[in-house]
Design a protein around this ligand. Structure first.
Ligand code: PBG
Length: 326
């Protein structure tokens, strides 16, 4: 008789029959770096997530390293913003400074640890858009060389990977070409390939002060209703030379992750974004669900859908639970 329950009878059997294994080594932890000194401030809409000044990064870097997490993805919050987002490509900008600091810190300790630099203009532009405005519209081609310069600034500081996130057409190719031309042909590029115009970025924009001052991002980020178009975006990044592709957000887009997994041979990342994190934290804090179980289930769903890499604000807590409870 068919009895699907046979393999669920004990913990040992369930472990043996488990189809996917969520591995802490496959997680990346996003970190917000800001200007100033001796600052560690909690992001109000993201309990448990902090903005750090460069000099305070050690504490989070140590925690992430000790947890066995693959690395950090760095987001910068500059002192000043301007029309062109010049802080994004300044050689002494907040992300290059953070990269230099962490690179030195880890080298001193003899540790290998990934420093991934997010590359975008929105945290640095006064209008909050991910590219330069021409006549009120986000100008794709004028913005490309600025992304390339930002990637070079991160590379020169010692970043191990760059991740362009603005959804400008051709940005992966522009960044790849600039890196190759400057002697960084070995530096991998992770494309935010299929990035949707999502409500779930709200808390991130609070954290980075990067909400657009007027309009929205729908002229460059994808329409949430489109799955086939997402596959075209992924194929475009692959053709432009991306080393890793990404789908973002994660939870409402697992069909895209699954379809992407079936089509590409490249490593595939998902970004479990700020609003997805905030929902779980709010429900857990209200006593409405068990945070550890909910997060474990969510992370399992990413690997089951076919992701190889998971970028998540839950990474530190999750690694802690795994250490404690297996
Ligand atoms: C920058 C960027 C955003 C996120 C990552 N890179 C914000 C946006 O597109 O508005 C969102 C991450 C998150 O919500 O956790 N372009």
């Amino acid at each position: 008789m068919q009895r699907l329950r046979r393999l669920r009878a004990s913990g040992a059997l369930r472990e043996l029959a488990a189809e996917t294994e969520a591995n802490v080594k496959k997680l990346v932890y996003p970190v917000f770096v800001r200007c100033g000194e001796n600052v560690r401030e909690e992001v109000p809409s993201m309990p448990g997530v902090y903005r750090y000044s460069v000099d305070r990064l050690k504490e989070v870097a140590d925690a992430v390293f000790e947890a066995g997490i693959a690395g950090v993805m760095l987001f910068g919050i500059p002192e000043e913003k301007d029309e062109r987002g010049s802080g994004a490509w300044a050689k002494d900008g907040v992300v290059p400074r953070a990269v230099r600091f962490l690179k030195g810190y880890f080298a001193e300790k003899g540790r290998s640890f990934l420093l991934i630099a997010d590359i975008c203009l929105c945290e640095y532009t006064s209008h909050g858009h991910c590219g330069v405005l021409t006549g009120g519209c986000v100008d794709n081609d004028v913005s490309l060389p600025l992304h390339a310069k930002a990637a070079l600034a991160a590379a020169e500081a010692g970043a191990d990977m760059v991740a362009p996130s603005s959804m400008m057409d051709g940005v992966v190719g522009a960044v790849r070409e600039a890196l190759d031309g400057a002697g960084f042909s070995s530096l991998p590029v992770m494309g935010y390939s299929a990035k949707f115009a999502s409500a779930f970025y709200g808390p991130f924009r609070d954290a980075a002060g990067s909400a657009p001052k007027s309009g929205d991002r729908k002229s460059y980020q994808m329409d949430v209703r489109n799955g086939r178009e997402a596959l075209r975006e992924l194929a475009a990044d692959e053709a432009e030379g991306a080393d890793i592709l990404m789908v973002k957000p994660a939870l409402a887009f697992l069909d895209v992750v699954k379809a992407a997994r079936e089509r590409t041979l490249l490593p595939l990342a998902v970004y479990n974004v700020s609003g997805e994190y905030a929902m779980v934290k709010a429900a857990a804090q209200a006593g409405m669900l068990d945070e550890e179980r909910a997060v474990s289930e969510i992370i399992a769903s990413f690997f089951r859908a076919g992701a190889d890499i998971v970028i998540t604000y839950h990474a530190l807590a999750y690694a802690g639970w795994r250490k404690q409870n297996g």
